[in-house]
Design a protein around this ligand. Structure first.
Ligand code: MV4
Length: 508
């Protein structure tokens, strides 16, 4: 077993805080890194030490391998945790950490590399007996080959980037004539995004559900699964709402998918925490989509229903411990939902809404967990992902979770920017979501301006910044007493407890 006394967290925001918390629980020192934009961010303030690594642009700081390794040497850490995003799935980073003598808290670089190449991953799955969508067995050579494969599997098909993931370079093809221009466009997009223009094709599933399995694997060949998460509520390949377990899961389907997930992990000698993403069609047939070789944003819903700390497991596996549990020790307790609260305007096509977080009061009480990366007074900038927090609830069943999420969303107070809270409220009240009948088209099909009957998504919350500015100017207590709320008036009542949010007044 290797000693880990000090960990550098090569990340920022809520996930950096999340990792710091487990470090503290395990009596391990946590070192934060930060850019110009983050010099007063919570992850910097809460770490045991912090090291400046560069300017606000990610390429100059959180994506700068040399700067991060220099920080690791300066701080004298034993290990590096990459979090998610940034360098977390960069096999060169994992290799460089290892070569510099630091433990990389994640899988071997070879596992990252093979799963990062979607055609190689497909080939591995075929050999491991894991179903993938029908399609090409390797990178496309030319348009003729694409047409031949499409003739065999039937239209529509999807052109995907081999280096892709996350939807970049993806094109739907309905007829042979579209191949020529679309492959060209997909190659160009892939070249720009990944520096790699290889593409392949797959049968296009029109209304799939996105269901993923969490796995853990130690260095001694033990692999377990921690059941599934349903992540179909997304837009522009950005997940917004996730839940565990999945409402359409049956014991048989779960057994088959879990077995496939474990086979997928074994096929690349995986170690650590990983996720196997599947698409599930209307007939409940499942297909391998990709494997994420990192801790995921939505990991808390698994932690809530399984009762384990996934970051602790990552650290224990990295230092050479055997998995402390067997598959039969693991079971699902209740149901959990995560709503990602983004600084985006759901009333304006989810346009990023930057600004100062004038008010940020999180919900609390039974079964609520909020992972936030910002505090009141912080700026939401254009430099990074606009996620403010992850609001998670846990209850005895799915109905209880939905009710609890409604309460939590209503308790949440944010002003200074628009947020995805109204969208999440819409979803918690949507019949299709409530009965569990939804797929990856949910946002596109169900959420539009017509569903904004109460004007909740278009409401301008213009009074809150003014009130906050006044409050920050330290108005004497006596002047803060106002008359009771007058629902018909736009005047500001300091004595009213809910002046910051018109949101809570709406019936949904
Ligand atoms: C697909 C698909 C349908 N059929 N592949 C989107 C992100 C990238 N990782 C793969 N994606 C998809 N691949 C086949 N063969 C539909 C999607 C897809 C999707 C997948 C999961 C969650 C949300 C999605 C939204 C649009 C498209």
């Amino acid at each position: 077993m290797k000693q880990i006394r000090k960990i550098l967290i090569a990340n920022r925001g809520e996930i950096a805080l999340r990792i710091i918390r487990t470090c503290k629980d395990m009596n391990i020192a946590a070192v934060a890194v930060y850019s110009d934009a983050d010099c007063t961010s919570p992850h910097v303030l809460w770490a045991d030490e912090s090291v400046y690594i560069g300017t606000s642009a990610s390429a100059e700081s959180y994506l700068n391998i040399e700067a991060i390794l220099k920080a690791a040497r300066t701080a004298g850490v034993d290990a590096i945790h990459p979090g998610y995003g940034f360098l977390s799935e960069n096999s060169r980073f994992a290799t460089t950490c290892r070569d510099a003598g630091f433990l990389f808290i994640g899988p071997e670089p070879e596992s990252i590399e093979v799963m990062g190449d979607k055609t190689r991953a497909r080939q591995l799955m075929t050999r491991a007996g894991v179903p993938s969508p029908p399609g090409s067995s390797s990178d496309l050579q030319d348009v003729e080959e694409a047409k031949a494969v499409a003739d065999k599997i039937g239209y529509p098909v999807l052109v995907k980037a081999a280096a892709g993931g996350g939807g970049k370079g993806m094109r739907v093809i309905d007829s042979p004539g579209q191949f020529e221009p679309e492959i060209k466009a997909a190659r160009s997009e892939a070249r720009n995004a990944f520096g790699d223009d290889r593409v392949y094709i797959e049968k296009y599933l029109k209304s799939p559900r996105h269901i993923e399995f969490q796995i853990l694997a130690d260095q001694y060949g033990n692999t377990v699964h921690l059941f599934e998460r349903e992540c179909s509520i997304q837009r522009r390949h950005q997940k917004i709402i996730e839940e565990a377990p999945c409402s359409i899961m049956t014991p048989e389907l779960r057994e088959d998918m879990a077995e496939a997930a474990i086979a997928a992990a074994r096929s690349c000698n995986y170690t650590g925490a990983g996720t196997i993403e599947f698409l599930v069609d209307e007939n409940k047939k499942f297909y391998f989509l990709e494997m994420n070789t990192r801790l995921q944003v939505e990991h808390p819903v698994t932690e809530l229903i399984i009762g384990i700390d996934l970051v602790e497991m990552q650290i224990r596996i990295a230092r050479g411990e055997k998995l402390p549990m067997k598959q039969q020790d693991l079971g699902i307790q209740g149901h959990a939902i995560e709503c990602r609260i983004y600084a985006e305007d759901p009333g304006d096509n989810f346009l990023p809404s930057t600004g100062t977080l004038l008010r940020h009061r999180i919900p609390s009480g039974p079964g609520i967990r909020v992972d936030a990366g910002v505090e009141e007074g912080n700026e939401i900038t254009i430099h990074y992902d606009p996620m403010i927090s992850k609001l998670c609830v846990h209850s005895k069943d799915r109905k209880g979770s939905i009710e609890r999420m409604k309460r939590a969303l209503n308790e949440y107070e944010i002003s200074g920017c628009k947020t995805t809270i109204p969208f999440c409220q819409f979803t918690m009240n949507h019949e299709g979501f409530v009965i569990g009948e939804y797929n990856t088209n949910f946002v596109m099909d169900e959420f539009n301006m017509e569903s904004d009957q109460n004007g909740i998504y278009t409401e301008t919350d213009d009074v809150a910044p003014i009130v906050s500015a006044l409050l920050m100017a330290e108005i004497p207590k006596t002047e803060q007493k106002g008359s009771p709320a007058d629902p018909g008036s736009n005047s500001v009542h300091f004595g009213e407890s809910n002046w910051w949010s018109k949101r809570r007044k709406f019936k949904l």
